[in-house]
Design a protein around this ligand. Structure first.
Ligand code: ADP
Length: 261
């Protein structure tokens, strides 16, 4: 693994509790630019919370997250009564969030907006991009995920797999430096999984930096540069997929893989 300073993502000492439940107990990892990291682990091990901490949907209790030139030390982030970062810290957290695009397990598309409008909403509203420019880029992104012919449809008219591909186009529309995927295929019928994974493979081939929570072991084996295995709020084992998946050293990794393979 390259030096932490050269990595696009550098996470150190991340901790997070929900009430008395300690969900992250000191998570450290780096992600080199242009690489794919797959986060594996049993349900409840803290994988989603790691992703949500990276894009500041959840604010860690402590730890440092750096993505490119945006860095937040969560010890220095005072929270308001609404649980959000206050004052200057809110700006730093916002700058970190702007580095990321997230694809969720459920697509979360706006039901009353067309497919194209779902993709252009972020650029127009968040980034102030002119509508004509956002539309042109939106069509390009929909073509990339194989859906430009569906631009004027509404989400309910698409299959679950197509909806997830719109979700990917929507995440790409904000030109994030880091893409986060939270079990993007786990809610799909089996025949729809392949189309979503193949779009993700193309993004990896283009050199996008990605962190993917998934139980798709074949995808992890083929596409990941590193696999992080989490259990109980810590990373128990890490390395190349050929090591972690095919020759796991830790008993907890072995037991998990035995269950899912
Ligand atoms: P994973 O993605 O590995 O399944 P999560 O990060 O979703 O794990 O969750 C880890 C633990 O944190 C689980 O026990 C979950 O119930 C708990 N948790 C997650 N989010 C919240 C929340 N907002 N409030 C309370 N508990 C939460």
């Amino acid at each position: 693994m390259s030096d932490a300073r050269d990595a696009l993502v550098d996470v150190r000492g991340l901790t997070k509790s929900f009430g008395s439940l300690e969900v992250l107990r000191g998570v450290d990892f780096t992600v080199p630019s242009g690489s794919v990291t797959v986060l594996l682990g049993p349900s409840g091990s803290g994988k989603t919370t790691v992703l949500r901490s990276l894009n500041a949907l959840d604010l860690p209790d402590a730890g440092v997250v750096r993505i490119g030139d945006a860095e937040v030390d969560y010890v220095d982030v005072p929270l308001g009564r609404d649980g959000r970062a206050k004052g200057d810290a809110a700006k730093r957290v916002g700058a970190l969030r702007a580095k990321t695009g997230m694809v969720f397990q459920q697509h979360n598309l706006f039901p009353h907006k067309s497919v194209l409008e779902n993709v252009t909403e972020g650029p127009i509203v968040v980034q102030g991009v002119a509508k004509a420019d956002a539309d042109a880029r939106g069509h390009e992104l929909l073509a990339k995920v194989g859906l430009d012919d569906q631009a004027d449809k509404y989400p309910y008219q698409l299959s679950g797999g197509q909806q997830q591909r719109v979700g990917i186009a929507r995440a790409l529309a904000l030109a994030p430096e880091l893409l986060l995927f939270d079990e993007p295929t786990s809610a799909l019928d089996p025949e729809l999984v392949g189309g979503v994974l193949s779009v993700m493979r193309e993004l990896a081939d283009e050199g996008r930096t990605m962190i993917v929570v998934t139980h798709e072991i074949a995808f992890a084996r083929d596409v990941a540069d590193q696999v992080l295995f989490m259990d109980g709020g810590v990373i128990v084992e890490r390395g190349e997929p050929s090591q972690v998946i095919d020759h796991p050293r830790e008993a907890r990794t072995q037991a998990f893989l035995k269950r899912i393979l």
